[in-house]
Write a protein that binds this ligand. Structure first.
Ligand SMILES: [Zn+2]
Length: 375
């Protein structure tokens, strides 16, 4: 038996892998941080033999509740991912699987590789509507990419979308892929209507270093980027520093920051009710968007989500609150599940790369619905 993690976003330590019925594993912490939850590894096993893979430190991970009712993902061809039986006893996460082929990949969620990210940019660039920009570099020396979609003009609203501040939340980049594919489809009326009135500024991966390193939540220096928006620095959080600088130069009329939530089996959004400048206009605008989002897709709901912040109690280090306050604009954190959407369960794949893409696509309809109210 052999287990490999020496690839893009690989993460697992092997304690022992002597017998198929007791493979002992640990998830590695993010560099210079105590966060961990993301795993991704390749098993060389035995066909038609049941393998028991035990992640022994699951109980100490960032979100232990995230393992309750969670089923790990597996793939033979790295294109098609499916769920495998998984149990959590409060401490250990046990995956039980009988491989049909000699090697199999396991992951916390469908990975989104750096190579796929680079492909996404180049494919998008083939559209006459797209300009690809580099905003700066990360601590590991990677490029911070942004796509501008549409022809900038004074009357157009500036819509900003960032994804994957937390690199282990790969569904966020799948969401962007689905949204982009639809936005760049010249035969799609929603997109053409949108691009008459808006320009999109899209950062598909806010945390390239964390993504490649197999982190859950932080960048190369162990910094949680979604707590850096009050005062980002080139030393600790260049990713945020560069994006915020660009936002200041261009302006923001609406901002969506895309994430995955480890615990809740639903899609939901978190608004800005706790920011100092929150007023009736902002509240009405948020209501309009929630209503439009519900109408756009049955994958979205407003019953379950984070507790609302009390007036004035927003954490202004968090991206969506910081941007909402700085630009007095509509801003949301979008959360998708690692498990399933319990309103619309699908037992084989549960929440997936494809559903994340479709959710991104349908988000465009909700944006179009509020676009005239944004200024
Ligand atoms: Zn997140």
């Amino acid at each position: 038996m052999f287990i490999s993690t020496a690839f893009d976003s690989g993460n697992i330590d092997v304690i022992s892998a002597d017998s198929a019925d007791n493979i002992r594993l640990r998830i590695r912490k993010d560099n210079q941080s105590d966060f961990y939850q993301w795993f991704h590894f390749k098993l060389f096993g035995e066909i038609d033999v049941e393998h028991t893979l035990v992640i022994e430190n699951a109980g100490g991970s960032a979100y232990p509740k995230g393992w309750e009712n969670y089923q790990a993902m597996a793939s033979y061809d790295r294109e098609h991912w499916f769920r495998v039986p998984t149990a959590f006893d409060g401490e250990k996460l046990t995956i039980t699987h009988t491989p049909e082929q000699e090697t199999v990949f396991y992951a916390y969620f469908v990975p989104y590789s750096w190579e796929r990210h680079l492909d996404l940019l180049q494919v998008a660039q083939q559209s006459a509507w797209v300009q690809q920009c580099v905003l700066g570099t990360t601590l590991d020396g990677r490029e911070m990419n942004m796509l501008i979609v549409g022809e900038p003009a004074a009357h157009k609203r500036n819509i900003w979308i960032t994804a994957r501040q937390h690199p282990g939340e790969t569904m966020a980049e799948w969401f962007v892929e689905g949204l982009l594919e639809h936005l760049l489809d010249e035969d799609e009326p929603v997109s053409r209507q949108l691009l008459d009135k808006t320009v999109f500024y899209i950062v598909p991966n806010m945390n390239p270093d964390g993504s490649l390193r197999g982190h859950l939540r932080t960048n190369a220096a162990g910094v949680n980027l979604n707590r850096e928006w009050a005062a980002p620095s080139l030393e600790k959080s260049p990713e945020v520093y560069h994006v915020l600088e660009e936002m200041d130069a261009i302006g923001v009329d609406m901002y969506l920051d895309v994430h995955g939530d480890e615990n809740l089996p639903y899609n939901f959004i978190a608004g800005s009710e706790g920011i100092p400048s929150y007023d009736e206009r902002h509240a009405n605008l948020e209501d309009s968007f929630r209503k439009a989002y519900r109408a756009a897709t049955a994958e979205f709901q407003t019953t379950y989500g984070y507790e609302k912040e009390a007036p004035g109690q927003a954490n202004l280090t968090v991206a969506s609150s910081a941007v909402a306050e700085r630009f007095k604009c509509l801003a949301f954190t979008i959360e998708m599940p690692f498990k399933d959407n319990d309103d619309l369960p699908e037992p084989y794949q549960q929440w997936s790369d494809i559903r994340s893409c479709n959710f991104g696509r349908d988000t465009l309809k909700a944006i179009l619905d509020v676009v005239d109210e944004l200024r």
